[in-house]
Write a protein that binds this ligand. Structure first.
Ligand code: NAD
Ligand code: ZN
Length: 360
């Protein structure tokens, strides 16, 4: 029997505020099982050697592992990290702390699951395949937009597919939202990752899966995105608001689904390794026939922020490349159904997708 309504987990504890990162040590203390069970900090390597890195509250045999976010997380990378932690310590860690953007947050979630669930992380890509509770894990975003800090998934590129580990054990046990941590983000990256949130809102609010739960979060997140990208906020207020927009945007899609930009961006990512935020933008700009108001707003934001997107990405692709991208994209059935309704196949034709991709 399939339950009609999903009973999904939320992050049980969250702390918000500029400088709140400095409470991390006191938050972790009661979660330390004993001195041999370390905390492992998976940290974006942009912070290696910075003053911020020296604020990580290390004690006993805690370890910091710096990880590059140049490429999106892979199942082999998760398996290697889990293997390394198991080899180096006799005890299971007290917890895993992920510090960085969506890449590091997703790695931390996946590692915490695979420390207690045997086999490869690719065995758990899908829906509700995780059997045992993960180890305690904390998410600390340093860039805002993906909503990975609230979601019950961790998106991984596996040997055969790019797919999330969607489970009740994926969600963080604790999140620290310290907007000051996002200070060093470049203008372009701030735009691309922030637009991921904006696109979550547009796709959720214009989807057929929309309900009052998703709408309430989506509308708030959209309002915050407009303030950040079209208003004239101080930098500090803008960082605060984008962090909350990301949170609400993530909550909005939890109970609905994303749409066409995400479905097509997955194809780009699979074939060309284009990253999530920028890939969504590259597709979304060409979706005016599906999201007219959203695309108009997007163009206004690009103009105001003076951001330009790369062009000609698909100009040299072969027919077989298009075939791969289109079939990966059309494989994301729930996204298409949310966007276009049950008869989505009549609209999202092979020809339609090829014509959109070829403009990127
Ligand atoms: P990211 O983690 O890939 O980081 C983007 C860039 O910003 C990197 O170069 C990183 O080093 C840099 N960066 C991060 N914080 C910084 C800081 N404070 N100062 C300077 N540089 C900083 O970017 P993202 O857009 O947050 O995450 C994308 C990933 O998130 C993708 O792998 C995507 O699949 C995943 N994602 C997951 C979910 C989910 O629900 N789990 C949702 C959306 C996206
Ligand atoms: Zn997204």
């Amino acid at each position: 029997k399939i339950s009609r309504y999903r009973n999904f987990p939320m992050v049980p504890r969250v702390i918000f505020g500029r400088g709140s990162f400095d409470q991390l040590g006191e938050i972790l203390m009661p979660k330390r099982r004993h001195s041999e069970a370390p905390f492992i900090f998976l940290v974006d390597d942009v912070f290696e050697g910075t003053p911020f890195a020296s604020r990580i509250p290390l004690i006993f045999n805690d370890q910091v592992i710096f990880v590059s976010a140049d490429e999106e997380p892979k199942t082999v990378q998760v398996d290697a990290l889990v293997g390394r932690i198991k080899r180096e310590f006799n005890e299971l860690p007290s917890g895993i702390v992920g510090i960085g953007g969506g890449t590091l947050l997703d790695l931390a979630k996946a590692v915490s699951i695979c420390l207690t669930n045997t086999g490869s992380s690719c065995d758990y890509q899908g829906w509700d395949l995780v059997r045992k509770p993960s180890v305690y894990h904390v998410g600390i975003p340093t860039i805002s937009g993906t909503g990975a800090e609230v979601s019950r998934t961790t998106v991984l590129l596996g040997p055969e597919k790019k797919l999330g580990i969607n489970s009740d054990h994926t969600t963080f046990d604790q999140v620290i939202l310290d907007p000051d941590l996002t200070k060093g983000v470049s203008k372009e990256q701030w735009f691309y990752t922030g637009m991921d949130c904006f696109i979550h809102c547009i796709e959720s609010l214009n989807g057929t899966y929309l309900n009052a739960f998703s709408q309430s979060y989506g509308e708030k997140a959209l309002e915050l995105c407009k303030e950040v990208y079209l208003g004239d906020l101080s930098l500090a207020d803008s960082r605060d608001k984008l962090m909350m927009a990301s949170w609400h945007g993530g909550m909005s899609i939890a109970y609905s689904q994303v749409g066409i930009a995400h479905a097509m961006s997955y194809g780009l990512s699979y074939l060309l390794g284009v990253k999530h935020g920028i890939g969504n933008c590259m597709v979304f700009q060409h979706l005016e026939e599906f999201y007219p108001k959203g695309v108009a707003l997007f163009n206004q934001m690009m103009q105001k922020q003076k951001v330009q997107l790369p062009t000609g990405i698909c100009s040299d692709l072969t027919d077989s490349d298009y075939k791969t991208m289109i079939s990966v994209s059309l494989g994301m059935e729930p996204l298409w159904e949310n966007a276009l309704g049950k008869s989505w196949r009549d609209i999202a034709t092979w020809k339609k997708l090829k014509s959109i991709y070829s403009r990127i």
